[in-house]
Design a protein around this ligand. Structure first.
Ligand SMILES: *Cc1c(COP(=O)(O)O)cnc(C)c1O
Length: 395
């Protein structure tokens, strides 16, 4: 292969480019109709009542935590095998973070570990206010079990579905919030569809949606324009000075998505199902090729449909020490293998907060052995066979 094969890559069409150009020539380049259209498109697709677009999934995670009133003295649990944003969002709210060890078969949080941790936390009066589950690589977590525990122990559930737009849980699209309070998507270019930077929160809870909208834009909840609409007549808390009037009722941020981003997102969305199908086809080729090797594959689920944001293999335990050499050699051969993820609790910042190596042994074992191979819709058969043969030869 002459050129480096990346581990992920966006797919931008002429239609995508034209959609952005059209916005540039229009009256609104931010805060206009495209953002609302994009929200509606995603809400309809996911069968969620509300969707709130943001400038990143990180911002969406932050306003989701704020809407759930997570603050000082609250605890939030998440997976150690995720991007740091899944944990950082709770720290932004002054909450404390803890982790739930993973299930090595899927890379997602282990339901057993969660149950055990909840039992201990109940005795010690340290139950979490929310947990943020991560659908690693696009494979949905065991949401029914998680929801049952959420009801029993009274915590909120956020799905970090940054990898999982287009995935299905029991035939229902991830993002419908059937078993959670809020779901978050990312539209960063390495993800399934992109708006350059961008994110979205979905929910079926009108109060949470209203709060997230406010936190997205400076905590401005009500304008006199909204207040003249039938359902929002009670929104203003002070006297309406006139048609220019607006009220800030909480401390929010500028986390707004632009019209340019929304237009790109809508255009990309029209190919979402195709992208996910192409990812699944390529993942199945890998699955077959590695079936009889020493590699462990993240177990595909029969009940659910993965969006295959990533294709992750695990080396056998006895070969863990060769992981670095294998990735170095793959890169030398123009295959940009990667690792998802460094366990969050082993990051220097989290070690300063008191976490130690050894705290989440399954996550650490996973990390020692994980390799992400290139996977994206335009990955050719030829390139994929080259990747497969190169890796098998190295093994
Ligand atoms: C990419 C990612 C994020 C952050 O997304 P941004 O849109 O870049 O803020 C959060 N969580 C997970 C699991 C991710 O993969």
């Amino acid at each position: 292969m002459d050129a480096m094969i990346p581990y992920g890559k966006q797919d931008i069409s002429d239609d995508d480019i034209n959609a952005v150009i059209d916005v540039l020539k229009s009256d609104y380049i931010t805060q206009g109709p495209k953002v609302i259209d994009f929200e509606n498109v995603i809400a309809n697709y996911c069968q969620a009542q509300f969707a709130i677009a943001t400038n990143s999934a990180t911002s969406a995670l932050h306003i989701a935590c704020l809407a759930l009133a997570i603050g000082k003295n609250d605890r939030v649990w998440t997976s150690p095998i995720s991007f740091v944003a899944s944990a950082n969002c709770a720290l932004y709210c002054q909450a404390s973070v803890d982790f739930i060890d993973i299930d090595i078969a899927t890379g997602n949080v282990s339901i057993e570990a969660l149950k055990n941790k909840l039992k201990v936390a109940e005795q010690q009066n340290t139950l979490p206010k929310a947990i943020i589950v991560v659908h690693l690589a696009g494979q949905p977590c065991a949401m029914e079990e998680i929801q049952a525990l959420a009801k029993q122990y009274k915590f909120a559930v956020i799905e970090d579905a940054s990898h999982a737009i287009g995935a299905k849980y029991n035939n229902n699209p991830v993002g419908g919030c059937q078993f959670s309070d809020i779901t978050i998507f990312s539209f960063h270019p390495v993800k399934i569809i992109t708006s350059a930077e961008g994110g979205m929160a979905t929910t079926n809870n009108a109060a949470l949606a209203k709060k997230m909208r406010a936190f997205r834009s400076h905590g401005i909840e009500a304008t006199s324009i909204e207040a003249t609409s039938i359902e929002a007549t009670t929104s203003l808390t002070q006297k309406n000075d006139g048609p220019w009037y607006y009220e800030q009722t909480s401390l929010g941020f500028n986390y707004r998505m632009t019209e340019l981003q929304a237009a790109l997102g809508i255009s990309q969305f029209s190919r979402l199902d195709t992208f996910v199908k192409q990812r699944n086809e390529r993942a199945n080729i890998y699955n077959k090729a590695f079936e009889n090797t020493t590699l462990s594959l993240l177990k595909p689920s029969e009940a659910h449909y993965s969006s295959y944001h990533l294709y992750i293999v695990l080396l056998p335990k006895e070969n863990a020490s060769q992981r670095k050499a294998i990735i170095t050699q793959l890169r030398a051969k123009n295959i940009f293998a990667h690792v998802h993820y460094i366990p969050i609790h082993t990051q220097p910042y989290y070690q300063q907060l008191g976490f130690n190596n050894g705290d989440f042994p399954i996550a650490e074992d996973y990390y020692e052995r994980a390799i992400s191979l290139p996977l994206f819709p335009s990955l050719t058969k030829e390139a994929q066979h080259y990747i497969i043969n190169t890796l098998i030869n190295l093994l």
